[in-house]
Design a binder for this molecule. Structure first.
Ligand code: ZN
Length: 430
């Protein structure tokens, strides 16, 4: 069965066909390193880790890019902006790059705890200012951005008018049309600089107190958030690549803006398949400062947040995330995590038991043919489920059906020859 992925762009499952046979280019939006990663960050990075691992398992040569946002992510996107890194550097009394290093190190530590593989390239926004400036200049030259008081804004209305005819309207990914956006966008403090409410900053003029600043043709300033991902994905994966990933919350405006910027510069939809993981809720509530439920990963591993009744092993968190399909919502609670902890323990015990029964010499024909067939079916479905838009939940359900069979053999409750040697070998391989 070929691999099928749910493409947010077409809103349906599609057969995955890479641009170049045997190769996959994948770009995933990385963290903004203005603070420590929290539980909400665990899901996208674990999701794209198992997607990456499965693509490797299928034999693809994958170039996996996950960026580090160390400039340009505004505190309140769309409003009078303050760079998150700059603001936090002042609070923590650190040089911005010192702050960036501190939280990048902590992010890497958390990724290691989760046993996530490293991406092939981890580019930073500050390391790609030149590429961003080049792209902005090109967008201005093509007439889709304008300069106002040393800042540069992308002209969404003009883009939408012209690119709708080319099949790339603004809103193509999120399904929002431009009129809806106008109605829902809040009043903006810097409205007078922009021609329209939907326009977004490609470059911001830096006020004198702003520490992170670079020279540009429009004066000293700093890049907007969206432009970095367009610049870095183009640089390392080309005008069009296979997979663009991220959390559902990034669909709008971040990914929508990326599409518009890249389309102007490269005349193409940047990625063919857009994959988005769903969000994590905590006891049924959205995660947010106002609910006091933003649990940092270090607090999760040590059980030091007031919501937590105990510490959780990073593998419990990983397992908990894999138990749901990545596009389903996932509600975090102590009860749910404790259940995952128990389930994972059962699975580990069965794995150890399997290693012990692996020394059995089984006959070529199983004494229990029906059971032998059942085990074979459960195992063959692993790839089938993963091929169906990476359904880890169903794979784990099958693994749990295997647990009592393995344990019964190990505990000699059933004869040791119920499975054929071929089936046992397959079981060990999986
Ligand atoms: Zn991004």
């Amino acid at each position: 069965m070929p691999l099928k992925v749910y493409n947010s762009l077409s809103r349906k499952k599609e057969i995955f066909k890479p641009i170049t046979d045997g190769h996959v280019g994948m770009y995933v939006c990385g963290p903004t390193v203005s603070g420590e990663s929290h539980l909400g960050h665990a899901r996208p990075f674990i999701t794209f880790d198992f997607i990456y691992r499965y693509l490797l398992h299928l034999g693809y040569k994958v170039r996996y890019i996950r960026n580090i946002t160390d400039a340009g992510h505004f505190e309140e996107e769309g409003r009078e902006a303050e760079d998150k890194i700059s603001k936090k550097a002042v609070i923590e009394k650190l040089e911005p790059m010192e702050l960036v290093q501190k939280y990048t190190n902590l992010f890497h530590w958390a990724m290691n705890q989760f046993n996530n593989l490293q991406p092939n390239i981890e580019p930073t926004a500050t390391g790609h200012i030149v590429e961003q400036l080049n792209m902005i200049e090109e967008i201005i030259k093509d007439g889709y951005a304008y300069v106002a008081n040393g800042s540069v804004y992308f002209d969404v209305e003009k883009y939408n008018t012209d690119y709708s005819k080319k099949g790339l309207p603004y809103g193509i990914l999120s399904g929002r049309n431009i009129e809806d956006q106008l109605e829902t966008t809040r009043e903006l403090d810097n409205q007078d600089e922009k021609r329209n409410k939907n326009d977004f900053a490609l470059w911001k003029n830096a006020p004198p107190e702003h520490i992170m600043r670079w020279k540009s043709p429009w004066g000293e300033g700093f890049p907007g958030w969206h432009i970095e991902c367009s610049a870095m994905s183009t640089k390392y994966l080309g005008d069009q690549f296979d997979i663009h990933g991220g959390g559902m919350d990034l669909q709008f405006p971040h990914h929508e803006c990326e599409i518009a910027q890249s389309a102007v510069c490269n005349h193409k939809m940047p990625a063919r398949y857009w994959l988005h993981n769903n969000m994590i809720t905590i006891n049924g509530k959205k995660m947010g400062k106002s609910y006091n439920n933003v649990i940092k990963l270090s607090e999760l591993f040590t059980g030091t947040h007031p919501i937590l009744t105990q510490a959780y092993h990073p593998m419990t968190i990983r397992f908990f995330i894999l138990q749901s399909h990545y596009r389903s919502t996932l509600d975090f609670s102590n009860d749910a995590l404790q259940a995952s902890e128990k389930a994972l323990k059962r699975l580990w015990e069965a794995y150890e038991n399997l290693n012990q029964i692996s020394t059995l010499i089984n006959p070529s024909v199983a004494s229990d043919e029906e059971l032998d067939l059942k085990v074979n079916k459960l195992l063959s479905e692993f790839d089938e489920f993963m091929d169906d838009d990476f359904n880890t939940a169903k794979v784990l359900a099958n693994m749990f059906e295997l647990v009592p069979i393995i344990n019964a053999i190990k505990n000699k409750q059933t004869a040791t020859d119920v499975l054929s040697s071929a089936t046992l070998a397959l079981l060990l391989k999986k």
